[in-house]
Design a protein around this ligand. Sequence first.
Ligand code: NDP
Length: 300
Amino acid sequence: MSATLIDGKAFAAMIRGKVADHVARLKKEQELTPGLAVILVGEDPASQVYVRSKGKQTTEVGMNSFEHKLAANTSEAELLALIQQLNANPEVHGILVQLPLPDHLDEDLVINSIDPAKDVDGFHISNVGLLGTGQKSMVPCTPLGCLMMLRDHHGSLSGMNAVVIGRSNIVGKPMAQLLLGESCTVTVAHSRTKDLADVVRRADIVVAAVGRPEMVPGDWIKPGATVIDVGINRIEAPEKGEGKTRLVGDCHYTSCAEVAGAITPVPGGVGPMTIACLLANTLTAACRANGLPEPDGLTV
Ligand code: NDP
């Protein structure tokens, strides 16, 4: 293996440390405790794990965590009423609605009812528009984490060819906007892209956000390129025993690492950065809401 490993776990720990230091200062000097409210509707097991983890890490950095667990049959009116209440609560600086929502709830309507200033996921249409026009916004956590790692590794990204594979609203599109903002030449690939291998081979930076296990092989990677693997896919792992599974990314790690200049692993790459950036966004929102300077290096 020749690639440098970009250690998302260590990077995320460093971000959480920065957030915790700043929160401690806000408490002492401003008597302000940033607060994050997380709403979970239903009992999806994966969502329950994410919400637990978010709550734990929120309190570990010294912020207030408000968890709202609602029954799967909660009506849209009830959910919107809770969001209005949180919008109006000055102790709540960030609001996150765990997705996916049960089918009877309109995801766009729910997300767009969050006060954009408290929209720490960065999914509100106002934040999407602000990001797209290069204005100060709340930036979606996963692409923000990817950008932080890229900036840390490269310094300036100006003029680099970046290929983002995937065009979802939560990863691919905001990632492309962020890279454009860094003056990269950006290509967004998707399921209809022709000659994807050739497109990827031109990239100095590859961000893979597809959801297909090990889809990108090493021979698609330009020698020395930086590979950011967003994918989280669980596959069977008979080598670990019957019925066992393991997590892999969208890139074939071993072959990509032989060619790339730098690469994020799965697990331990982008994943840990996502929650760290959620905490960073909550802190940023608390500072903005109170007219205080924003901490350095925790947003774009
Ligand atoms: P989506 O399913 O919303 O989007 C996947 C994208 O990949 C689509 O744009 C789709 O194209 C494209 N795609 C599918 N098949 C191909 C193909 N054969 N070639 C090229 N493009 C293809 O996924 P998400 O963006 O939500 O998530 C992507 C991955 O990232 C998942 O594995 C998810 O688990 C992971 N993830 C990880 C996070 C983290 O914290 N690390 C956070 C969020 C997601 P089209 O639009 O044409 O259908």
